[in-house]
Design a protein around this ligand. Structure first.
Ligand code: PAF
Length: 285
């Protein structure tokens, strides 16, 4: 497995892979890899001849006071894990390689970025859309792989790829969870033992919501209220948002007749965690 730090190097690597007839699979990450990322890499490897992973903690998607500086980083560990899944190359640029002095071009996806994380983290999706566009232009992948845990991010990237006629397939991979239900996230390392336990309220409340739908509850407002009550009963949890929107349009949903996204962001101590589930009327799983 190769590790490249410059755009020129990774472009040359992609050119050689293409000359050999390989399709290119791409997994963009901010590093500190976990099983969720590794699952994306395995899926990419199943579907593409050559897999490239980017590791770049993108400053433009962090707001003031967020965890940009303390975001966990460990390239050596990441490289070992990625190599174990059969990844062919890692692209690990420095900030100035991606945003050289004088940089002033950004990608703004409207409407679907106005709610959920887009509302509570202003500018976040502008940073995500900008860096992903740049990474797509650098790597020119046939397919790019994203986790459903970041449900709104996937929708934003799919919208952007369609609107800008990008020649890339955006593949969504189901959320990978710890055995006790906690969605895998690089930010889970911030949690101490008590917080780790408290964090289970996210997945527990999602499961309760799915059970309610299965039992016949159709009112989005009712389900949302039950979820909020369950989370509020956990003393270490502080709700940023709990919302239900139609999926994939992200329009207000009153009834769970068509698929609806129940998404939440909850602070456990200083750590903001997100999770979601798609509620479907006929679901029996
Ligand atoms: O999901 C992430 O880790 C990031 O938002 C992404 C897609 C790598 C862009 O920086």
């Amino acid at each position: 497995m190769f590790i490249y730090h410059t755009i020129a190097e990774i472009r040359e690597f992609v050119r050689q892979a293409r000359d050999k007839g390989s399709s290119i699979g791409f997994v963009p990450t901010m590093g500190y890899l976990h099983e969720g990322h590794l699952e994306l890499m395995r899926r990419a490897k199943e579907q593409c001849g050559c897999v490239i992973v980017s590791i770049f903690v993108n400053p433009t998607q962090f707001g003031p006071g967020e965890d940009l500086e303390r975001y966990p980083r460990d390239l050596e560990r990441d490289a070992r894990l990625a190599e174990g899944t059969g990844v062919d190359a890692i692209f690990n640029p420095g900030v100035e390689e991606i945003y050289p002095p004088g940089y002033c071009t950004y990608v703004d996806v409207e409407r679907i970025t106005e709610r959920l994380c887009g509302f509570s983290r202003p500018g976040h999706f502008r940073g995500v859309a900008t860096v992903v566009t740049k990474l797509f232009n650098i790597v020119k992948p046939d397919q790019a792989f994203f986790g459903q845990k970041d449900a709104q991010q996937v929708l934003v990237i799919q919208r952007m790829a369609a609107d800008l006629n990008l020649e890339v397939g955006v593949v969504t991979v189901p959320t990978v969870r710890e055995q006790d239900g906690l969605a895998m996230s690089s930010r889970n390392v911030y949690l101490d033992a008590a917080q780790r336990q408290a964090a289970l309220v996210l997945s527990r409340s999602l499961k309760m919501a799915a059970d309610e739908v299965r039992a016949g509850e159709r009112s989005a407002a009712e389900i949302r209220q039950l979820v909020i009550e369950m989370i509020k009963a956990e003393p270490l949890a502080d709700i940023d948002y709990v919302e239900i929107y139609s999926h994939p349009e992200l329009e207000p949903a009153e009834l769970i007749e068509a698929p609806a996204l129940l998404a939440m962001a909850v602070k456990i101590g200083q750590t903001r965690l997100i999770d979601n589930i798609i509620l479907r009327k006929g679901d029996t799983s």
